[in-house]
Design a protein around this ligand. Sequence first.
Ligand code: TGC
Ligand code: FAD
Length: 398
Amino acid sequence: MNIAEPLSLEALTAIEHLLTEEERMIRDSVRRFVREKFLPRAGRLYEDEQFPQDLIPQMAEMGLLGANLEGYGCAGMGAVAYGLALQELEYGDSGMRSFASVQGSLCMYPIWRYGNEEQKERFLPRMAKGEAIGCFGLTEPDSGSDPGSMTTYAVRDGNEWILNGAKMWITNAPFAHLAVVWAKVKEGDKAFGPETIRGFLVERGMNGFETPTVHGKMSLRASATGEIVLTDCRVPDANVLPGVKGLGGPLSCLNQARFGIAFAALGAAKSCYETAVSYARTRVQFGVPIAAKQLIQAQLVEMASEIVKGELLTFHYARLKELNKLTPQQVSLAKKNNVGWALEIARIARGILGGNGILLEYPVIRHMMNLESVYTYEGTNEVHTLILGKALTGIDAF
Ligand code: TGC
Ligand code: FAD
């Protein structure tokens, strides 16, 4: 049987000539890093529930921490370069991308956008260097999709705030040096005016701040996930983000992180697709490679088509983001579409590999399990459907 070289996804998407030299360089250097330093250990890290903290200095050197922020030692990448870099990380493992998303979009971004100058100088340069690691505490055991129902409270006491409550499912928490914690406060001492949400920079070492690890995850095992337990935790005024009040604060950070995830999830999908093509071209059943079977080709074509469509969508949206024209609804569309398809592609690839599809020797089952979390976090697939449903009909169906 004559078997020609396969057409690459990159040739089919054909955005290479639309990238700047700097964007290509950033993508290629992260690609090398992931393939040389991470992938040889990926299966073992997943099995051992270990995030590779030893790789943080190199990630920092490549400008991946707070990559798209300007100043304070950050790399100031454009949205396309940032998206491509995250996609290469997620080609390795969603846990690697999660680490960078949380550090940059969910912890450094709120300080960069809503912090005062003193807070920015105190935290951002060290975070860009990977010397201080951050996490983001919004979700609670009884408050996930509906973060406005949170019950973590901050009560003022002189120049300090006393925080009580618990946050759940917090990426990076077990080894983080600081947490951006969102908590409810009563506005104004006298009138007990309306309740609002504020952001607190809680530092490791403050009394009453604990971050027990969540064990037993079957997904994102190479990412450290923890709780944040706050028991009469005293946080000084100097650690309150002055520039934001209300749920719009944390949600604006999610816009940043969700954009990165939409772009990056395609990295996991590409890894699954490439593995499936290569496997199907060499696995012989009924006397021919299974890639010669029309049912297998139909599956590979669907996978490739959805990756190309997702890539074109995010590339366009990333250019819009660089012009400050990307809306939260567009971010929801991209997150829902790309993560939904990445998960579906991983499941199809798993099937194409047959029994081998469940072995950690191949990246597919690891990506598939990871993507189950990516489907749920940063707004579940249903939440993004309802955000779009509300925008398209004008009716809130939450
Ligand atoms: P709603 O009344 O719609 O809005 C409340 C206020 O927020 C404003 N707002 C936004 N602002 C900026 N960006 C957005 N995307 C915004 N969406 C809403 C809105 O204008 C309003 O402002 P104001 O001034 O009028 O008060 O709020 P709601 O309570 O009805 O909830 C809306 C809903 C359900 C869409 C929202 O709560 C939501 O997105 N829920 C999902 C929660 C979520 O995504 N959690 C993620 C936690 S972090 C995480 O998962 C990290 S994983 C990281 C990793 O490892 O990679
Ligand atoms: P729920 O909100 O209880 O939802 C359960 C189901 O009900 C879902 O299918 C949901 O779509 C559906 N549902 C809910 N409301 C509606 C509705 N109105 N209509 C229809 N269906 C609905 N959070 C952080 O704050 N920081 C982090 O760093 C972080 N990292 C995470 C890491 C991992 C590995 C995971 C798994 C989660 C992480 N999260 C984090 C939490 C994540 O954001 C939440 O899990 C997510 O927002 C969903 O909340 P929930 O799990 O409480 O599910």
